[in-house]
Design a binder for this molecule. Structure first.
Ligand SMILES: C[S@@+](CC[C@H](N)C(=O)[O-])C[C@H]1O[C@@H](n2cnc3c(N)ncnc32)[C@H](O)[C@@H]1O
Length: 157
C-alpha cells in the first residue's frame, strides 16, 4: 500500500487528502489520533455521567473512540465527517453491531442539525487538522481563523 502520509502538512486541512487516504486504506482500518478511549475514559465518564447524553463526534475519522463509547453505554453517538468514503465505510462496519449509532457525511463548519440537538460535542484532532497552514501558528491566516470560528459557532448553536 502506498504511504498515506501527505507530502505537505497543509494537506491535512483538505477534504481531498482525507478522501484519498480513506480510499487507499482497507475499509476496516482504524487509527486513533493522539489518544484512545482508554486514555480518556475516566475523564469522559466524569464529564458525561448521563449515558443517554446526545453526543456529536466532530470529524470522527476511523477512530475507535465512538464504538468504544457506544460499547461503554453511550448509545446516542452521532458521527460526522466530511469524507464520504470514510462515512460509507464506517456505516457499513457498524450498522449491524451498533445499530443506534449514526453516521453523517457533513462539514463541521456547517452542520445541518437543528439547534439544541446535542448535549455534548467532541472534537479529537479535527480542529488540529484544520489548523495545518503554513506559517506562524500564533498568527494563522484569516481563512484558518474563520474555519475554526465556524466550527465553534456551530457547536454552541
Ligand atoms: C486528524 S483526523 C482525527 C480523526 C478522529 N477524530 C481521531 O481522533 O482519530 C481528522 C478528521 O477530521 C475530518 N475533517 C477535517 N476537517 C473537517 C471538516 N471541516 N468537516 C468534517 N470533517 C472534517 C477528516 O476527514 C478526518 O477524518
Amino acid at each position: 500500500m502506498a504511504s498515506v502520509l501527505p507530502q505537505k502538512n497543509e494537506e491535512y486541512g483538505t477534504k481531498q487528502y482525507w478522501d484519498q487516504r480513506y480510499s487507499q486504506e482497507p475499509p476496516d482500518a482504524s487509527f486513533d489520533w493522539f489518544k484512545s478511549y482508554e486514555d480518556v475514559a475516566d475523564i469522559l465518564r466524569e464529564l458525561i455521567p448521563d449515558r443517554d447524553a446526545r453526543i456529536v463526534m466532530l470529524g470522527c475519522g476511523n477512530s475507535k473512540l465512538s464504538e468504544e463509547m457506544y460499547d461503554d453505554g453511550y448509545r446516542h453517538v452521532v458521527n460526522t465527517d466530511y469524507s464520504g468514503v470514510l462515512i460509507n465505510n464506517m456505516r457499513r462496519l457498524h450498522e449491524h453491531t451498533r445499530p443506534e449509532m449514526e453516521w453523517h457525511e457533513m462539514d463541521i463548519r456547517s452542520l445541518t442539525f437543528d439547534a439544541d440537538t446535542f448535549d455534548v460535542a467532541i472534537d479529537k484532532g479535527t480542529m488540529d487538522a484544520m489548523m495545518t497552514a503554513n506559517g506562524d501558528v500564533w498568527d494563522p491566516p484569516s481563512n484558518i481563523i474563520e474555519n475554526c470560528n465556524r466550527e465553534v459557532d456551530e457547536v454552541i448553536r
